[in-house]
Write a protein that binds this ligand. Structure first.
Ligand SMILES: Cc1cc2nc3c(=O)[nH]c(=O)nc-3n(C[C@H](O)[C@H](O)[C@H](O)COP(=O)(O)OP(=O)(O)OC[C@H]3O[C@@H](n4cnc5c(N)ncnc54)[C@H](O)[C@@H]3O)c2cc1C
Length: 458
């Protein structure tokens, strides 16, 4: 692929060796930071991971996501005609997307950019291509990464299934499937009978399925991140349990070279820093001199530890827009997009909506519906009766308005590299992101064209 212009004085130019050994601070140990740390260690850098919480802990989006590792997630949220739906999003509190009125004034500039990003087909096609570059081989990358981290069983490739009530509902998503097809995503159509063979417990209203056989999922995203961080530590990375606050620069032109990351626990001396702090990244990027519009698309999950349904693979219903995923902890139902301030308290009614929708999809999840004494049909996917989900969670998708992450050097100081803003696809896109960051830091010609993700595009 042809690499286009990068900002001048981009990360390590030819003046530096392709494989250098540098002090690199990685800010944040979610899935992106964990993957970036691993890729940098493989290049021989000395890495300090700076993370205030537990790696893979509940504070991170990487803990509670839908666990999909999908090459099909190339469809941006913003598509032509979206503005017509906006009044509904503001008024229908039971839909999959809501905007909190109180947050609206602060969100308006982001929303305008969001609308603009999807206002024309060519723009949406370009976004889909840029997402595909990060996602097309995500399952294989994760299968490899999990095996190398000693947790091979945590990533499984059983396919991902999109469910539709009927052909009309499927045809309403023609654009999405065209974008997927044009980016090499293969999907097989399943009729009602084939669906029921695969999902015997699903409600009869679903008559059509699209199976993306190449898709994978993670059985425990939090444990996966923790394992990747442990692997990085075993490979020599230092984990500093502290919050990064900003940067220190030496004397020189353009503010001078990076000398340290400032943290709650003192300065961490380094030559390069990579910002992977999820929703907190925009504040850190601002410290580096870059303004990046980042909003929290808050999402929720609920978990039935012992759901009395057989679910051999993850499913996503077109009428609910949520991921129902069999995980090690039980049936995880993740979804909802709530645009609200990062600091606003969770609105657990959003989690209740997920519960109710899952109960509509799988009658056996309704209270009192599960057959008494029913035996599990498989060990990790289902078990005997339990009427209600027992845990719920809210987290922040770190989202840019154009649906693409920010990956690459700061426009102000190339010693600082951004790797955040992955919105809905951060789990899946983390390994490719890490490879791109490592290539840029090493001064290699990146295998993935960095242009669509550059920091100064806003
Ligand atoms: C409901 C929901 C469902 C989703 N489903 C999917 C899915 O199925 N597939 C998919 O690919 N993606 C999915 N996503 C998106 C995905 O979870 C995110 O894009 C991804 O987890 C972002 O990873 P991250 O490492 O950038 O951020 P995070 O996971 O949020 O990690 C950031 C880390 O930075 C740390 N940090 C914060 N501030 C600082 C600081 N000042 N200094 C140092 N560290 C700091 C935090 O403690 C945290 O550990 C979903 C998200 C949600 C909310």
């Amino acid at each position: 692929m042809q690499n286009r212009r990068m900002p001048p004085d981009t990360v390590d130019s030819a003046a530096h060796p392709a494989r250098g050994s540098r002090e690199v601070a990685v800010l944040g140990a979610g899935i992106v930071g964990a993957m970036v740390a691993g890729a940098l260690l493989r290049d021989g850098h000395r890495v300090t991971l700076i993370e205030p919480g537990e790696p893979g802990g509940e504070q991170a989006a990487s803990f509670g996501n839908g666990a999909w590792i999908s090459p099909a997630s190339v469809v941006p949220m913003s598509t032509p005609g979206l503005w017509k739906k906006l009044p509904g999003y503001l008024s229908d509190r039971s839909g999959p997307l809501v905007i909190r009125w109180r947050a609206l004034p602060a969100l308006l500039p982001w929303l305008l950019r969001f609308w603009w990003a999807g206002h024309s087909l060519p723009r949406v096609q370009a976004t889909a291509r840029a997402l595909a570059a990060l996602l097309h081989d995500a399952p294989e990358r994760h299968l490899r990464a999990a095996a190398q981290a000693g947790v091979a069983g945590l990533v499984v490739q059983r396919g991902l299934l999109y469910l539709y009530p009927d052909r009309a509902a499927f045809e309403a998503e023609t654009l999405a499937w065209r974008l997927r097809r044009n980016n090499g995503v293969l999907a097989r159509e399943l009729d009602g009978a084939a669906l029921r063979a695969l999902l015997p417990d699903v409600d009869g209203r679903y008559g059509l399925g699209l199976l993306v056989a190449a898709g994978a999922h993670c059985l425990d995203p939090g444990a996966y991140v923790a394992a990747l961080v442990r692997q990085a530590q075993a490979g020599g990375a230092r984990l500093l349990r502290a919050r990064a606050l900003g940067f220190a620069f030496g004397p020189g032109p353009q503010g001078g070279r990076l000398t340290a990351v400032r943290t709650e626990a003192g300065d961490v001396a380094c030559e390069r820093a990579v910002i992977c702090a999820g929703i907190a990244s925009a504040g850190l990027a601002q410290q580096a001199g870059d303004w990046i519009p980042l909003a929290s698309e808050r999402g929720y999950h609920v978990v039935w530890p012992e759901a009395p349904v057989h679910l051999g693979l993850p499913v996503m219903p077109s009428d609910g827009k949520m991921a129902l995923t069999p995980t090690r902890g039980g049936l995880r139902v993740a979804g909802q997009v709530e645009l609200a301030a990062v600091s606003a308290s969770p609105d657990w009614r959003r989690a209740d909506l997920l519960t109710r929708f899952a109960q509509q999809m799988f009658p056996a999840l309704r209270p009192g519906q599960a057959p008494a004494g029913s035996a599990p049909r498989s060990t990790e996917d289902s078990a005997a009766c339990a009427a209600a989900p027992t845990s719920r969670w809210m987290g922040h998708r770190p989202s840019t308005p154009d649906g693409l992450p920010v990956i690459g050097p700061s426009a102000q100081n190339p010693d600082i590299v951004h790797a955040f803003g992955h919105g809905h696809v951060g789990l899946a896109a983390a390994p490719a992101t890490a490879e791109l960051v490592a290539d840029l830091l090493a001064g290699r010609t990146p295998a993935i064209d960095p242009w669509p993700y550059r920091a100064d595009r806003f």
